[in-house]
Design a protein around this ligand. Structure first.
Ligand code: GLN
Length: 537
C-alpha cells in the first residue's frame, strides 16, 4: 500500500483540499486505484453540528456520515463514493481511546498521546488502506504545520513513514506571496514552513507552491536549495480560472513520475476524462440566471455542492449558469430581484429564519411558470406554499417552525420524536427512493429505484397527502414503504420539482444531478421563450 500525505504550511485556505483532490484525479486517471482520507484536527466528532457560517456546507456520505465539505471535493474528483472512515477527526480518535480506556483495555497503563492516540490514528489510516483492490491512499492533514491540534496527526505520519519504509510520500502545500510592483515571488514563508516540518521529523518529498503567477526557474532553484526538495519536485500551482483546471496544471509538471519513482507505483498513461467537460465549463455557449435562495448566501461555501452541481450541468450542456445569490430574508421586500431569474433553487436549511422568503419565492415560481427546484427544506417549503395558496390552508406550516398551526403539513418523522442529541441523529445518508413510472421524475432518472442522500428530521405529514394530490401536486418519488414523500412535481408542468433528498451530494462532473441539470435546461427554455415574447411584443 502506498500513502501520499499532503500537509499544509504558511496559511490555511490556500487550496490544499483542491490540490489533494487533483492528485486523486491524476492518480486515478493514471490507472491507480486510489481513495482519499481527510484528517480534520478539530475536536468535534464530525461536522454535523457545525454552523454553515463558520464552516460552510455539511456534506453527507452514503453511510450517513456528516462530514467536512472537502469530502465532497474528493468524491467529485475521484468519481467514487466515500464513507465515514474516510474522515478522521480529533473527536473520533479521542472518543475511541477514552471508551477503550473505560473498558479497561489498556490494562492499567497510563493513556498518552504517544503511543495511544497516535496508534489509534495509524489504525484508522490503515483501516482505509485495507479496502480490497486499493493501490494508494491520498491523506490530507487539515490545518497548517505548527498548529497544536495537528501535532498528534503529524507525529502519527512520522511513525507511519518509519513503519512503512518507502511507502509514504510527503507533499507539502505552501504559499509564495508576490510582493510590490515587480510582483517579486518570496520564498521565505515556504522556507520557514518546511523548517517547521523538519523539526518534527518530516522531510517533504514534494512542494506544491501556490502563487498567482507560475514560479520562475530561479525561485524554484532557491526553494530547492533551502528545503532539500529536488528542483523538479517544486511544483508551481499558479492561479487558474477554475478549480477543475488544477489537475492539468500539476500533471504537466510530471508529478506522477516523481511520486512513482519514489514509491514504485504501477501506472498507465494519464487520460484526462474531463477534456470536453472543461471546454464547456470554461467557455459556455450561452448563459442562464439562476437564483440560489438561502439564508447563508453571503458565504457561498454554505451551498458549495449546489454550485458544483450547476458546474456539472454546464460541463455537460454548454449552458453557463450565472448564480445570483439571494438572501431569503430580503426577497419579500425586493420581489423584483426574482424577475431577472430564469430559474430558482430553494436551498436546504434549518430553523424559521428566511422560510417566509423561501415560500414567497416558491409562490412566485409556481405562479409565473419560472423553473423551480426545491431541495430538502425547499421541498418542504413547496408543500407549505401549495397547501396555503392552492388548498387554501392559510396557516399551513411545518411543526419545526410553528407548534400551533392547525395545518401542520410538514411534521416531525415519527422516529425523531423525543430525540434530544443533535449530532448524527437525523434521517441520514443514502436511502432507496422509488420513482413512479410515467412521471417527470422518471423521465429524468430513467430508473425505478434510485439511491439518494438524506439529512432531515421532518417530512410531509401523511394526513395531508391525499388532499394535496387531489389539487394537482404529484408525489412522484417515495420511500420503499410508500409512506415518505421524496420527490414532488406539479401535474402537467415540466419545470417545477423538489426533492426531500439532497441530489447535489451525488452530483459528479460526468454524472450531473438529474434535478440540477433539468433546472438548467428548463431555465434555458424559459429564457428563450421570454426573449421570443419580448420580440413579439
Ligand atoms: N429542517 C428540515 C428538516 O429537518 C430540512 C432539513 C434540510 O433542509 N436539510 O427536515
Amino acid at each position: 500500500m502506498k500513502y501520499i500525505v499532503i500537509t499544509g504550511g504558511v496559511l490555511s485556505g490556500i487550496g490544499k483540499g483542491t490540490i489533494a483532490s487533483s492528485l486523486c484525479y491524476i492518480l486515478s486517471n493514471s490507472g491507480v486505484k486510489v481513495t482519499a482520507l481527510k484528517i480534520d484536527p478539530y475536536l468535534n466528532y464530525d461536522a454535523g453540528t457545525m454552523n454553515p457560517y463558520q464552516h460552510g456546507e455539511v456534506f453527507v456520505l452514503d453511510d450517513g456520515s456528516e462530514v467536512d465539505l472537502d469530502l465532497g471535493n474528493y468524491e467529485r474528483y475521484l468519481d467514487r463514493s466515500l464513507n465515514g472512515i474516510n474522515n478522521i477527526t480529533t473527536g473520533k480518535v479521542y472518543k475511541e481511546v477514552i471508551e477503550r480506556e473505560r473498558r479497561g483495555e489498556y490494562l492499567g497503563s497510563t493513556v498518552q498521546i504517544i503511543p495511544h492516540i497516535t496508534n489509534e490514528i495509524k489504525r484508522r489510516i490503515r483501516k482505509v488502506a485495507n479496502e480490497d483492490g486499493l493501490d494508494a491512499v491520498v491523506i490530507e492533514v487539515g490545518g497548517t504545520v505548527g498548529d497544536i491540534e495537528s501535532m498528534p496527526f503529524l507525529e502519527a505520519i512520522r511513525q507511519l513513514r518509519r513503519e512503512e519504509k518507502g511507502q509514504v510520500f510527503l507533499g507539502h502545500v505552501t504559499l509564495i506571496p508576490e510582493i510590490g510592483r515587480e510582483e517579486e515571488q518570496k520564498t521565505k514563508p515556504t522556507q520557514h514552513s518546511v523548517r517547521a516540518l523538519k523539526e518534527i521529523g518530516l522531510q517533504p518529498d514534494m512542494l506544491l507552491c501556490r502563487s498567482r503567477n507560475p514560479l520562475t526557474r530561479d525561485v524554484k532553484r532557491r526553494i530547492s536549495l533551502f528545503t532539500d526538495v529536488p528542483e523538479e519536485a517544486v511544483i508551481s500551482v499558479y492561479e487558474v480560472g477554475n478549480a477543475y483546471q488544477v489537475p492539468e496544471v500539476i500533471e504537466k509538471q510530471s508529478v506522477i513520475d516523481i511520486i512513482k519513482s519514489q514509491l514504485g507505483l504501477q501506472t498507465s498513461v494519464f487520460k484526462d476524462t474531463w477534456e470536453s467537460y472543461k471546454e464547456n465549463l470554461l467557455s459556455p455557449k450561452t448563459f442562464v440566471n439562476i437564483g440560489i435562495i438561502g439564508k447563508y448566501t453571503e458565504l457561498h461555501d454554505a451551498y458549495i455542492s449546489h454550485r458544483e452541481a450547476f458546474n456539472h450541468a454546464t460541463g455537460n450542456t454548454g449552458i453557463g449558469v450565472n448564480i445570483m445569490w439571494l438572501d431569503s430574508d430580503q426577497i419579500k421586500e425586493n420581489p423584483s430581484l426574482l424577475e431577472k431569474l430564469d430559474g430558482i433553487l430553494v436551498t436546504p436549511g434549518f430553523g424559521y429564519r428566511g422560510v417566509e422568503g423561501k415560500i414567497f419565492a416558491t409562490k412566485y415560481a409556481r405562479e409565473t411558470n419560472t423553473p423551480y427546484l426545491g431541495i430538502c427544506l425547499g421541498f418542504q417549503v413547496a408543500v407549505i406554499e401549495f397547501a396555503r395558496n392552492v388548498l387554501g390552508l392559510e396557516d399551513a406550516n411545518s411543526t419545526e417552525f410553528s407548534s400551533d398551526s392547525k395545518n401542520p403539513v410538514i411534521d416531525i418523522l415519527p422516529e425523531q420524536v423525543g430525540v434530544k442529541d443533535l449530532g448524527g441523529t437525523m434521517r441520514l445518508g443514502a436511502k432507496k427512493v422509488i420513482v413512479e413510472k410515467g412521471t417527470l421524475a422518471y423521465k429524468l432518472y430513467q430508473e425505478k429505484e434510485i439511491m439518494e442522500r438524506h439529512r432531515h428530521r421532518y417530512e410531509v405529514n401523511p394526513h395531508y397527502i391525499g388532499e394535496i394530490e387531489k389539487h394537482g401536486l404529484i408525489f412522484s418519488g417515495k420511500d420503499e414503504e410508500g409512506i415518505r414523500m421524496e420527490i414532488l412535481e406539479i401535474k402537467d408542468r415540466k419545470n417545477f420539482m423538489a426533492s426531500q433528498f439532497h441530489a447535489e451530494f451525488k452530483s459528479r462532473p460526468l454524472k450531473p444531478s438529474p434535478l440540477h441539470l433539468h433546472l438548467v435546461k428548463m431555465a434555458m427554455e424559459y429564457k428563450k421563450d421570454k426573449i421570443q415574447m419580448e420580440q413579439r411584443a
